[in-house]
Design a protein around this ligand. Structure first.
Ligand SMILES: O=C(CO)[C@H](O)[C@H](O)COP(=O)(O)O
Length: 228
């Protein structure tokens, strides 16, 4: 079976009755949402807090009751995908363009679980370009700054136009500056015009990994594999 499907479906089993669940975005958590929908049809009571319009639509189609982040004090758990995950469970997210809402929901969650296929697990982050969500006004100036810093900025496009996020911003994909990714994230955080970036550091508690033949987890505290 596809590693994404294995991981996505397994994570849905970790959700308990009565939970408020942050619902991530992407092709792996798709399987989680589908499975949660099946569990809801069988009597599970949960409330989902979506991280994108696409996820909200999918969750509604699956019959999952939905709440807005503003009406929710805290999620019990958020389940989301990731583009790269390192051995300390730091990650790059935003390949699907939902990083801002994903980070907002993740930071309001007691626990964060990521679902990935095993190819996403890396020794060091950075082969995947780092998505940076930027304000459209004057974005070319920001791109010039990134260019000067040697970050190879590329404006994300869709159908010949700049890709626009659910929050109404553009995305510039850049090269991650390592090894001090914490300092790099802080530099981006402080830059005028940057709304958010896809470095998710110290956020993920547990990653569920599917490799096609088995599913295993790695948790941040122990950083060891547990085969499910
Ligand atoms: O961060 C994301 C969207 O903004 C996704 O979670 C990430 O891109 C992984 O997606 P997929 O599961 O489709 O590979």
């Amino acid at each position: 079976m596809d590693g994404k499907k294995m991981a996505g479906e397994k994570a849905a089993e970790l959700v308990e009755d009565g939970m408020i669940v942050g619902l991530g975005t992407g092709s792996t958590v798709y399987y989680t949402i589908k499975k949660l929908g099946e569990r809801v049809q069988s009597g599970l009571h949960i409330t989902g807090v979506p991280t994108s319009r696409a996820t909200e639509k999918l969750a509604r189609e699956c019959g999952i009751p939905i709440a807005d982040l503003n009406d929710t004090a805290q999620m019990d758990v958020t389940i989301d995908g990731a583009d790269e995950v390192d051995p300390s469970l730091n990650g790059i997210k935003g390949g699907g363009g939902a990083l801002l809402f994903e980070k907002l929901v993740a930071k309001a969650s007691k626990r964060n679980i990521w679902v990935v296929d095993s190819r996403k697990m890396v020794q060091q982050l950075g082969a995947f370009p780092l998505p940076v969500e930027v304000v459209p006004f004057g974005y070319k100036h920001l791109m010039k700054t990134f260019e000067r810093e040697g970050l190879n900025p590329v404006l994300r496009m869709k159908e010949g136009r700049p890709y626009v996020t659910d929050g109404g911003h553009y995305i510039v994909d850049i090269k991650l500056k390592s090894p001090d990714i914490g300092a790099f994230g802080a530099w981006l955080d402080g830059y005028t015009g940057v709304v958010e970036h896809g470095l998710f550091l110290g956020i993920c508690d547990l990653v569920v990994i599917g490799d096609g033949s088995k599913v295993y987890t790695k948790n941040r505290a122990e950083a060891k594999n547990i085969i499910l």
